[in-house]
Design a protein around this ligand. Sequence first.
Ligand SMILES: C[S@@+](CC[C@H](N)C(=O)[O-])C[C@H]1O[C@@H](n2cnc3c(N)ncnc32)[C@H](O)[C@@H]1O
Length: 275
Amino acid sequence: MKLEFLNGDCLKTLPTLSAESFDLVVTSPPYNLGINYSSFKDTAPREEFLAWCKQWATEVKRVMADDASFFLNIGAAPSNPLLPHQLILALTEEPDPLFILQNTFHWIKSISIETTAGQQISAGHFKPINSKRYVNDCHEYVFHLTKTGNVPLDRRSAGVPYQDKSNIARWGHTGGKDLRCRGNTWFIPYETIQSRKGERPHPATFPVALAAQCIKIQGKAEATRMLDPFLGIGSSALAAKSIGIASFTGIEIDPDYLAVAKRRLDPPKEPGSLT
Ligand SMILES: C[S@@+](CC[C@H](N)C(=O)[O-])C[C@H]1O[C@@H](n2cnc3c(N)ncnc32)[C@H](O)[C@@H]1O
């Protein structure tokens, strides 16, 4: 895989990349929720933040091929629930929308279900909050944005087996395969770690498996040229490497986070601590 890591402000770096040169963008920008990043102040007034997002998203659109997919991950805070909705409205606003919202995925970090046999199962990790008015926040959004709203996906590449196997023969579209589209609720827990400082030294990462699912579903398989303009410590790059796509470009403003990303992609030969 061709790998390119660029240190800098994506607003300055994106304009140096060729137009229509990427098939897939998977990213998670700063959330404007006062997160304590090393080199980025995450406390801008909301209007300013949305205007900044429109600026970099315009550049993202320029470097996307016409049939490319843009997966935009953003979460909220219980006390700041409108942020994801404000952002998606800003990016799809009429009369001149930057993007069409083609799909909305819910990244479920933790879930409790009761099986038909009455067994209670809880799985995943989340940050519990102590509040009388808010419940624990166990999900984030992944918005799937495209230029046309009509980009074909490989839905079953991230599919799941049928619960009722008689569906395989009953429905023609299965082609005899025991695999159905997973839908838009994605249960993807954080990887379990022993030490945040040693293993995940960044305040707001997404799991490698989240980016991997976006790569699979967007449908260009190994030919994919992928971009993450807010690379952090490189979770999207690790997903790209694990699937073995054609190329990956990551941009990160903070040299320390970028150094961690490089180490995660090319770990020292000794059994290392960074996952
Ligand atoms: C939500 S985090 C991304 C984390 C990443 N998905 C991961 O799993 O490691 C956002 C990142 O954007 C970086 N950042 C903030 N402003 C930036 C800018 N103007 N250009 C490039 N990177 C920026 C921050 O330093 C932070 O690492």
